[in-house]
Design a protein around this ligand. Structure first.
Ligand code: GLU
Ligand code: MG
Length: 440
């Protein structure tokens, strides 16, 4: 038996279908490749989750780019159960002269964060909370959230925690969730770009640990029409120039500072348009329905899991300070959305609210589906798009949102997603969920 050859490191980017793709280099070559990166190409931005390139697309067959690894965004662990280490570095896509490429979503997030900081002095702290199903395990049935539900998968959860910890993801918990064979994994809040990098690492490490157990971890928004949905809840809070928490104000309703309130108002205003980016697949819209604890209306609430923006709880046991814990959760997201683009869109929308000095949205209580149209409209409640084509129409109808991006980027994004919707148009929801279960 020969010993293991030199391990490989993947330099990766996550595309508009939220698929993480890249090129592998020998570990000893990583430092050297860091300066000029690995080859990439424009048309990759039009890659579908079905392993095809949308045709026609704005890019065609010519042109080259570079994918430059950001060595601070490296995730390496020997604990996934694979023969060689899991080793992946997130990168930025640039032109051959090193200038930023307009289609790089990681760069879009950096620019959104820089613009927010320049306009307001605020920095974003974020965390991505992922739900997923484990399929192919033929487990004994178990109760939701139960001790047995997690233990029957042993040693999956401790292996996953160990792999995430060694990779530097700073995991918080892995739990058995409400749905059958559904789990959730969280990480510690961190600076926003790092949080999006961690989201990618969490998805791939979870998939690899499950694969090595002989199962499949599926992050599809709905693994079956009747299954409990898999959300990606994006938590955010702010710190000011002096490093002080800026999201909480005990004197304001729900404790929401006026700055954070203006940000939330901007997010709610543009939420119907950005839904296509944060929950961008055909099956996403089977999840975004009332009474599923996902989100369905443009709605801020204090600790209500039906809302699209939820003020999360703070713990004051033994006099703990709420200010540093206080955060808002964006719930209209799933793992078919690219985390860099999702967070960039949320931040751009929030920045619109800050620039316009919008008042904090009302804290809605109650069930919007039981309200009259007039009551909903008084509270500013708008139903989120109910299909992917409707979400694309909502995106194109909001010129503020399309104005954040290069026109060719919007053309690529909408062309890709329209293709996705058209390709599945003849299938029923069962077949569509079956497909996404295997794709994500
Ligand atoms: N599974 C729900 C979703 O689709 C979330 C449930 C929860 O609050 O954890 O977002
Ligand atoms: Mg959950």
């Amino acid at each position: 038996m020969t010993s293991i050859v030199e391990p490989l490191v993947a330099v990766v980017t996550t595309d508009l279908s939220a698929v993480t793709r890249g090129r592998f280099v020998a570990e000893s070559k990583l430092q050297k490749s860091a300066a000029t990166g690995v080859g990439w190409l424009h048309a990759n931005l039009s890659m579908t989750p079905f392993n095809s390139i949308v045709d026609p697309n704005p890019w065609g067959s010519s042109g080259d780019l570079r994918l430059i690894p950001d060595l601070k965004a490296r995730f390496r662990t020997t604990h996934t159960g694979s023969a060689t280490p899991f080793d992946m570095v997130a990168g930025d896509i640039v032109e051959l002269d090193g200038s930023a490429w307009l289609g790089c979503t990681r760069t879009m997030l950096k620019e959104a964060l820089a613009d927010l900081k320049a306009a307001t002095g605020l920095s974003v702290i974020a965390a991505f909370e992922h739900e997923f199903h484990v399929v192919g395990g033929s487990f004994e049935p178990a109760h939701a959230f139960s001790f047995a539900a997690l233990r029957r998968t042993d040693p999956f959860a401790p292996n996953l925690m160990a792999a995430l910890a060694e990779a530097g993801v700073a995991p918080e918990v892995v739990i058995a969730e409400y749905g059958e064979d559904q789990f959730e994994v969280t990480h510690e809040p961190t600076e926003a770009l790092t949080a999006a990098d961690r989201a990618i690492a969490i998805r791939e490490i979870t998939r690899e640990v499950a694969r090595n157990a002989g199962w499949r971890a599926s992050f599809a928004p709905k693994t079956a029409p009747a299954a409990v949905g898999n959300g990606v809840h994006v938590h955010f809070s702010f710190i000011d120039n002096a490093g002080k928490p800026a999201t909480y104000d005990a004197a304001e309703p729900g404790g929401l500072s006026s700055l954070a309130g203006a940000f939330c108002a901007g997010v709610l205003r543009h939420l119907p348009a950005i839904t296509a980016m944060t929950a961008g697949s055909v099956s996403s819209f089977y999840r975004l329905k009332p009474h599923s604890w996902s989100s369905s209306y443009t709605w801020l609430a204090d600790r209500d899991r039906e809302a699209s923006l939820r003020i999360c709880p703070t713990v004051t046991i033994d006099g703990r300070d709420p200010a540093r814990q206080y955060n808002i959760e964006y719930r209209a997201a799933d793992a078919t959305g690219n985390p860099y683009l999702s967070l960039a869109a949320i931040i751009r929308a929030g920045l619109e609210g800050l620039n316009a000095k919008l008042p904090s949205p009302p804290l809605v209580t109650g069930d919007p589906t039981l309200m009259s149209e007039a009551e909903r409209s008084n509270l500013g409640l708008v139903r989120l798009p109910e299909t992917l084509p409707a979400a694309l129409d909502a995106l194109l109808a909001d010129s503020v949102v399309t104005g954040w991006f290069a026109p060719v980027f919007i053309e690529t994004f909408v062309g890709l997603k329209r293709h996705e919707a058209e390709r599945l148009a003849g299938l029923d929801p069962v077949a569509i969920c079956d497909l996404y279960r295997t794709l994500y």
